[in-house]
Design a protein around this ligand. Structure first.
Ligand SMILES: O=P(O)(O)O[C@H]1O[C@H](CO)[C@@H](O)[C@H]1O
Ligand SMILES: O=c1cc[nH]c(=O)[nH]1
Length: 231
């Protein structure tokens, strides 16, 4: 067991899908995987391992925000030898080019977090996706938007004009974890990708319900499984 994950070594697959919502993790395991077994309920942050088309795959909730995701991603890479993590999240669209329920595949992630600023002592690190996962996800979802996510530490922005400036420089949508995931994967020499479904629209004000965010964002899950396991 690691500090926050109650699995024995060998119980977690080399590929992990990672939603923020632990109940989305349970839904993914129950509806997209076969023979899924729960390996961790620590803090209610569920983790499951099952199979998809005969390949072992795990799904682990990360919680909300970069500090929480960093705990789970670090322990998966360092203690369970996980080789690839694909975040399957929700996001808020920053441009009218995106519609509710569209997919965003993140080539890179901007951030307002201080985590990397502290790590790199003020230098600007560029957190990017694994190229192979990005290429295979884009091929599996040709209609998806490929580009930048903005990983914010604040769901309720106190400086929305700064997020808007990111959008003016190409950020497609805002979420809260991709930047830390990409940085940690690089640190551990592993692979990572973030795929998000537009759950709400910052420009138009449209939104989905909590139940929809938990149980209906299946397309990004299939794209993640296809990219992570080679179809
Ligand atoms: O739906 P998840 O994967 O949790 O992702 C998004 O939703 C949460 C905010 O509601 C943040 O974690 C954000 O990144
Ligand atoms: O972090 C998030 C996730 C969904 N929608 C937002 O506006 N922000």
């Amino acid at each position: 067991m690691s500090t926050h994950i109650g699995a024995e070594h060998g119980q977690i697959a080399p590929l992990v899908l990672m939603p923020g919502d632990p109940l989305r993790a349970r839904w993914i395991a129950e509806t997209h995987l076969e023979d899924a077994r729960c390996y961790s309920e620590v803090r209610g942050m569920y983790g499951y391992t099952g199979t998809w088309r005969g390949h072992p795959v795990s799904v682990q909730g990360s919680g909300m925000g970069q500090p929480s995701l960093a705990i789970y991603a670090h322990e998966l890479f360092a203690s369970y030898d996980v080789q690839a993590i694909i975040r399957v999240g929700s996001c808020g669209a920053l441009t009218e080019r995106l519609a509710l329920r569209d997919l965003v595949i993140a080539s890179g992630a901007c951030t307002d977090s201080s985590m990397n600023r502290i790590t790199f002592e003020g230098l600007d690190y560029a957190p990017v996706a694994d190229f192979g996962l990005l290429r295979d996800a884009a091929a599996a979802a040709p209609h998806a938007h490929v580009g930048l996510l903005m990983s914010s530490d604040s769901f309720y922005a106190t400086r929305p004009e700064l997020t808007a400036r990111m959008a003016e420089h190409g950020a497609l949508a805002v979420e809260m974890e991709a930047s830390a995931l990409y940085t940690l994967a690089a640190r551990h020499g592993r692979r990572a990708l973030a795929i998000c479904t537009v759950s709400d629209h910052i420009v138009t004000g449209e939104e989905t319900t909590a139940q929809e965010r938990e149980q209906t964002f299946g397309e990004m899950v299939e794209v993640a499984l296809t990219a992570g396991l080679g179809g």
